[in-house]
Design a protein around this ligand. Structure first.
Ligand code: M6R
Length: 605
């Protein structure tokens, strides 16, 4: 969702801000803007649409001289995506400009009181109240003024501020929205996430809730919520610029699909030592855990659905998987014996954060499986397992999902051993299987290099079905989501056995049905369901193990994956589904990395 960038240094700031905004494009946005402080005046340019339009309008920043600036990509929430609603917003007296990521929940109340006092509003946004409050409370001391304004705001915010009385400085504060300060040499930055910073610096400071920063080219001063100055230790980002660029691939999504063997290896290798799984960060007495609750949104939720089968099968602990947006309002029955596993690539998903806080309040211990280091979810958790997937830029998650599954598998085998549910031989075998996943993933990718051709028989349709049972059903959920979000084709996932209870009415001549058959125990059952849809005219694409001979008689097309233990096979099986969605979307001319209406990290409820 919205992204913010700030820069102060000795060179012209606008081109740097525009470059940073381009790096944040992946978060999803529909308008953008930049404010530059020059000779005591703030100059603002805003556009509806892409950063390319902002580049054009400002001649790549040349029309906006000045060495301190802030920029913004906006994903519309309050008011349509228009030039006027785009950020930055300026105070009536022209002294302040503000960019904002988050939502000011009490903006209507603040707006009416500011309007009564004579402040004039240009936009329909919640953000504009902030800039007028800055004007109202300013008496020459910006630090005091920002604290006062922050005390009036309810909701979430990462704010970037320029003030004409403070040449060469940019200001930032945050609550429940991420903000990172980048430390350069004679120049400093802030941004919503590290992708906007990595081609300038890998040294960063994570601002915490309620903290405030005054940033000039040679100095970064940070203050806590009481206004006292604090020293914050810098961290080093282990992502480099190559990781955040396309590296010759046509799309980030394809690059990230191809990166999965390496990403999964980074998640597994450091955690297998001397033939044992070592989860150093999980300092928990598992014998006290009576039930496991997994919560997440979107694909992360579907990773949880697949992981449930593996954990239950190996550990014999009941596992419930709940959508975070539902869990947060469901008055859940949770106590100290509940382990809450929270899955999130970004670590910033608003519903997931809220569900996590609710469950913690009720006594659950929280284990976060997250990709982004230092993210809100990582900070809130009792225990963290980082997925080490590297930056994921495409809106449709691929390596984020497979590394989440990897960690759930590692956890399942670790816990099963810890609880004495498996023999030492079984433990060893399972570890060997886990260690073989990166290679098998590579084989799966290689086996499916011709999926582009298969996609030609499936792209020209309004709707398709994904069916499977148990783990294959969990995979069907994720396969259908991938298809929907990037190709805009209506894709329905169904538990194969449920089709005949209603949905089979939608199958007619030529309807594509993607049937998943990598759960050995019940393959035969799904085959019967294939027969049912075929006899009603469906065109069936089967995803199965490469030695499944029977399927050749049934399916119109086959995509195969290497034979593997069914409790781990979803991690292989998802790869052809990702590739199928990718090629179908490409054949339909869709904007694969930035699908319409979607944002990478959903930081609003
Ligand atoms: O960053 P998170 O893993 O918390 O994100 C959760 C979902 O928003 C995300 O998985 C979304 O469904 C993806 N666009 C799916 O590809």
């Amino acid at each position: 969702m919205c992204g913010i960038v700030g820069f102060t240094g000795s060179e012209n700031a606008a081109p740097i801000i525009l470059g940073g905004l381009e790096k944040l494009e992946y978060r999803g946005y529909d308008s953008a803007g930049i404010a530059v402080l020059n000779e005591g005046k703030i100059n603002i340019t805003k556009v509806t649409g892409r950063i390319a339009v902002l580049n054009e309008k400002t001649e790549n920043g040349a029309l906006l001289p000045g060495t301190a600036a802030i920029g913004h990509t906006r994903w519309a929430t309050h008011g349509a995506p228009t030039d006027t609603n785009a950020h930055p917003h300026k105070s009536n007296n022209g002294k302040f400009a503000v960019v904002h990521n988050g939502i000011i929940e009490n903006y209507l109340e603040l707006k009416s009181s500011l309007t009564e006092k004579g402040y004039y509003f240009e936009s329909e946004t919640d953000t504009e109240v902030v800039v007028h409050l800055l004007e109202m409370y300013y008496n020459g001391d910006i630090k005091k003024c920002v604290r006062k304004v922050a005390s009036k705001l309810k909701g979430s915010y990462a704010l970037g501020i320029l003030c004409t009385d403070e040449p060469g400085k940019i200001f930032a504060t945050k609550l429940s929205s991420p903000l990172i300060i980048g430390i350069g040499a004679g120049e400093n930055y802030f941004a919503s996430d590290v992708t906007a910073l990595v081609n300038h610096t890998q040294n960063v400071i994570y601002l915490e809730d309620g903290e405030y920063a005054e940033i000039s080219p040679y100095e970064i001063k940070t203050f806590d919520c009481t206004g006292a100055e604090i020293k914050k230790a810098p961290s080093r980002i282990d992502w480099d610029i190559q990781a955040a660029e396309k590296g010759g691939y046509e799309h980030f999504m394809l690059k990230e699909i191809m990166e999965q063997p390496r990403a999964v290896k980074s998640a597994i290798t450091p955690r297998i030592k001397d033939e044992k799984i070592v989860l150093e960060d999980l300092n928990l007495d598992l014998s006290k855990v009576r039930n496991i609750l997994i919560t997440a949104c979107g694909s992360a939720y579907y990773a949880g659905c697949a992981g449930k089968y593996t954990i239950e099968k190996l550990c014999r602990i009941p596992v419930q998987v709940e959508l975070a947006s539902e869990l947060r309002y469901s008055d859940p029955i949770i106590d100290e014996s509940t382990l809450l596993i929270v899955l999130s690539q970004s670590g910033e998903t608003a519903d997931t954060i809220a569900a996590m806080k609710e469950c913690s309040k009720r006594g659950a211990k929280t284990l976060a499986i997250v990709n982004v280091v230092g993210s809100t979810i990582a900070k809130l958790a009792d225990f963290i397992l980082y997925t080490h997937a590297g930056p994921e830029i495409a809106v449709a998650t691929t390596k984020g999902y497979t590394t989440q599954l990897t960690l759930l598998y590692l956890f399942a085998v670790y816990a099963a051993n810890n609880l004495g549910k498996i023999t030492q031989d079984e433990y060893k075998n399972l570890i060997n299987e886990l260690a073989s996943i990166p290679k098998l993933l590579q084989n799966t990718i290689d086996m499916n290099s011709k999926i582009g051709n298969t996609a030609k028989r499936y792209f020209n349709t309004d709707s398709m079905f994904f069916i499977g049972r148990n783990t294959d059903y969990a995979l069907a959920l994720e396969g259908a989501l991938k298809m929907k979000e990037i190709s805009y084709i209506h894709a329905e996932s169904y538990a194969a056995g449920e089709l005949k209870h209603g949905t089979i009415a939608l199958i007619s001549e030529g309807t594509p049905v993607i049937a998943l058959l990598c759960n050995e125990d019940i393959t035969e059952k799904t085959m019967s369901n294939i027969l049912e849809v075929k006899s009603r005219g469906a065109r069936v694409l089967a995803v199965c193990f490469n030695d499944n001979k029977k399927i050749t008689m049934l399916a119109n097309d086959i995509i195969s994956v290497p034979r593997f233990n069914s409790i781990f096979s979803p991690i292989l099986e998802i790869v052809p589904l990702q590739l199928l969605a990718y090629y179908v979307a490409k054949l339909n001319g869709c904007d694969i990395d930035k699908p319409k209406n979607l944002a990478k990290s959903v930081t609003v409820e």
